[in-house]
Design a binder for this molecule. Structure first.
Ligand SMILES: [Zn+2]
Length: 338
């Protein structure tokens, strides 16, 4: 299996500690996360590493209206500076869509906890290109399953606003690229609902979006991810949310995922994109499920049963002691090598 690694991963090392909604968070999105995963995969020669390619900017900017805002704001900052928006104009955002001043950050972002730093644009673009590199291999029929080691994550970044430590939506960028060759299903298995991904495609019937995650009634992203969100307009029926209670275990998780898999089989996609977060593990510092390291093999195998070419995009997962093995077990199950 091909593993796509970023060409500039070490430039991104944010740390957040804050109160958001009812929860206190402490998140370290460190390059060590990627090192743990690579170390685990390197121990198995089934995994072959490739460095991500550059792609035309347009493939990313065309679906992210805040692309230039992030680029220009990052470009205006010094080495140690970071910018957080503090003005959120609500409906006023529709009157003035400026991209060239940090003051207008609240137009483009859902929260005041996702900073822009000097290298943010560069690393976020590279993360999307990591997904595109994998998508290209799948679209050309050269590979049946590819793992894109994206960082930062992308699934909270939407078609109007970014946030939740996500800047550009890697899975959505890849899905848009794959769509020219056939229908796409995206399944988000991160602990947090993939609100950005859902919003990207909720009116598009050629993309089936699904997410199994913690009930947003008490967990980020709070305002999206409920079971009644089933798509809009002509695309009603092409979004499937499976919110689970905090404390859920593998049995509950596998059952919920099984319901999603059945719907995807009916949808009959040409390609599958998985937003793979591992903050569902019982020892994850910000997650609240009870999945064990061994459970991820079975979860991967559930997707394998679809028999569809698949791109896996890395999302969350913050316990450095288990993250690598969780990814390895998942990919093993997905490719039938364990
Ligand atoms: Zn997450």
């Amino acid at each position: 299996m091909k593993v796509i690694e970023k060409y500039n991963d070490s430039l991104h090392n944010p740390y957040w500690k804050y109160q958001l909604g009812p929860e206190a968070y402490e998140v370290k999105d460190t390059p060590k996360r990627v090192e743990c995963i690579k170390n685990a995969l390197r121990s198995d020669e089934a995994f072959e590493f490739l460095t991500s390619k550059r792609f035309p900017e347009r493939l990313i900017s065309r679906i992210h209206p805040y692309y230039d805002y992030i680029r220009l704001t990052a470009g205006s900052l010094g080495d140690q500076e970071e910018f957080y928006p503090d003005l959120f104009p609500g409906e006023g955002a529709n009157r003035k869509k400026k991209v060239d001043e940090p003051l207008w950050g609240g137009i483009w972002c859902t929260d005041a906890v996702t900073p822009i730093k000097k290298k943010t644009f560069e690393v976020a673009r590279a993360s999307a290109e990591t997904a595109l590199t994998g998508a290209e291999l799948i679209r050309e029929g050269r590979e049946k399953a590819v793992y894109a080691l994206c960082r930062p994550s992308g699934h909270h970044a939407g078609p109007r606003v970014f946030g939740g430590y996500c800047y550009f939506n890697n899975a959505a960028t890849a899905a848009e690229y794959l769509l020219s060759k056939g229908k796409v299903a995206i399944v988000d298995i991160d602990y947090h609902h993939g609100n950005g991904t859902q919003e990207f495609f909720e009116e598009k019937k050629s993309v089936f979006t699904a997410s199994v995650h913690c009930d947003p009634g008490g967990e980020y992203p709070y305002f999206w991810g409920y079971a009644e969100e089933k798509g809009k307009g002509q695309a009603v029926g092409t979004n499937h949310n499976e919110p689970l209670p905090k404390g859920s275990d593998a049995a509950q998780y596998v059952k919920a995922l099984g319901r999603i898999i059945r719907n995807i089989r009916d949808f009959n996609p040409a390609y599958l994109v998985i937003s793979a977060g591992f903050d569902t593990h019982k020892d994850d510092p910000i997650g609240g499920f009870r999945l064990e390291t061994e459970d991820y093999g079975e979860i991967g195998a559930q997707f394998a049963s679809l028999g569809v070419p698949v791109l896996v995009c890395q999302e969350g997962g913050y316990n450095l002691d288990v993250l690598g093995q969780c990814v390895k077990n998942f990919l093993g199950g997905l490719t039938g090598s364990t």
